[in-house]
Design a protein around this ligand. Structure first.
Ligand SMILES: [Zn+2]
Length: 432
């Protein structure tokens, strides 16, 4: 097994926790420079000297997205602005956006985190890495750019969209690795096949990093098959820098979260009590290696769990399960909790179906109704009785998974809207 930083990635639990405590104490000293934290610590009667173990972390207050918005833009800076060299901002649909500040050291550490992730999945300095993320404020662009450069890849900052141009770069530059949104990966593969390019034969692609959207294991397998690559799940969020927070290793069984950078907690989102490993809850993260803007116990709204047991790759950093989605993505229909990813998981098991689908939820006579429209695959028949039987089979499987019966409509390929960025999978008309 090869490692980017073996001495860090394979630390014993004891050594890792000792490092975390040391870094946590340093982080709390920095946080005291922030009026918001200074006040929050005082209200809880906490002095940062009183934090003597990792368990003491629980005495500290939570930070929420709302707190970031309320302190927009520079209220949470822990160092003078003159020592900050970049900011990223995420657009909010309501209210102020959130801003994250970085020092030069923060950016270097972030690049190292991303390089470590990429190296973990077998990407090397001999690879040509094409990044199809939007650049600018979106962290998937510059985040991967600096990580790939640190690793030493020849890096192609293609940015988002324009499938034909992406494909030209992939074939002309001999691109071997991609960073891409999962829904766009299937879209790009479809365009390649339509252009008479078989990516398995006509490109050098071997590894892709997929993230920014929750996706099912079934969708991953479909992407791997279509493109003839290994696809690895990456997790990042702008509040925690961006990409590089957690990443799958070649075992493809959970995402290692770098515990020398963040402390992980999983809590019950209602009671905020910690839940044991193996149990699902909300991911709460504390940065312990960021100086410009440390975040203490940040509530991510993402639902996941810490996997138990050791990983075959030899890395000791905890693994997070595939994300179910954000707590905000959960749909409640007739009292039943449904994640869109549960629907995708079923749809992707039918070869007769393509990859594009749309879920619409509306209220009809005060009753919640769900309509799922899904495109048929290229090769499939338009024989009515076959389609009827297929509709029945899929509906049956959906009912088993969701516990409610959705209305299913199979539509011809190309009839649903295509997005070159993040796919819009759900329309909840009840909110308007
Ligand atoms: Zn592993």
């Amino acid at each position: 097994m090869e490692y980017w930083q073996k001495e860090i990635e394979t630390l014993s639990r004891e050594e890792l926790e000792a490092l975390q405590l040391k870094r946590l104490k340093h982080t709390l000293k920095l946080a005291e420079n922030v009026p918001f934290y200074k006040k929050a610590f005082a209200e809880k009667g906490i002095s940062t000297d009183g934090i003597r173990s990792l368990d003491d972390l629980r005495k500290l207050p939570y930070t929420t997205k709302e707190d970031l918005r309320n302190n927009y833009p520079y209220g949470l800076a822990a160092i003078p602005l003159k020592d900050c060299v970049r900011l990223h901002s995420s657009s909010g649909t309501t209210g102020n956006p959130t801003v994250i500040l970085h020092s030069a050291k923060d950016l270097d550490e972030w690049a190292n985190q991303v390089a470590r992730c990429m190296y973990m999945v077998g990407i090397r300095d001999t690879d040509v890495f094409q990044n199809t993320s939007g650049y600018g404020m979106f962290t998937g662009g510059l985040g991967f750019q600096y990580g790939a450069e640190k690793l030493g890849c020849l890096t192609v900052p293609a940015a988002a969209g324009n499938s034909k141009r992406q494909i030209k770069f992939i074939t002309d530059f001999g691109t071997t690795c991609l960073h891409i949104i999962p829904s766009y990966a299937t879209r790009l593969a479809e365009v390649m096949y339509a252009e008479g390019i078989d990516p398995r034969r006509d490109t050098k692609l071997h590894t892709i990093c997929i993230g920014a959207e929750p996706h099912s294991e079934e969708q991953r397998q479909r992407i791997e098959q279509l493109l003839g690559v290994k696809a690895y799940n990456c997790f990042g969020m702008s509040e925690m820098n961006g990409p590089g927070v957690a990443f799958e290793c070649t075992e493809q069984n959970g995402l290692h979260i770098w515990e020398d950078y963040t402390i992980v907690e999983i809590v019950n989102p209602e009671t905020l009590e910690p839940v044991p490993d193996g149990e699902a809850g909300e991911l709460v993260l504390t940065t312990i290696n960021r100086e410009a803007m440390p975040l203490i116990r940040y509530r991510t709204r993402d639902l996941t769990c810490v996997l138990t047991g050791e990983c075959g790759c030899g890395r000791t950093h905890k693994r997070l399960a595939r994300f179910k989605g954000r707590s905000d993505d959960m749909l409640i229909l007739k009292g039943v909790n449904i994640f869109p990813i549960q629907i995708e998981k079923i749809l992707m098991q039918f070869n007769e179906l393509g990859s594009n689908y749309l879920i619409t939820v509306e209220s009809v006579d005060n009753n919640d109704e769900m309509l799922i429209e899904v495109e048929l695959s290229d090769l499939f028949t338009d024989d009515y009785s076959v389609l009827q039987r297929l509709t029945r089979d899929i509906t049956h499987r959906l009912k088993d998974e969701l516990l409610i019966t959705p209305r299913l409509k199979l539509v011809s390929k190309g009839s649903l809207p295509v997005q070159e960025g993040k796919a819009i999978r759900v329309k909840d008309l009840r909110k308007f």
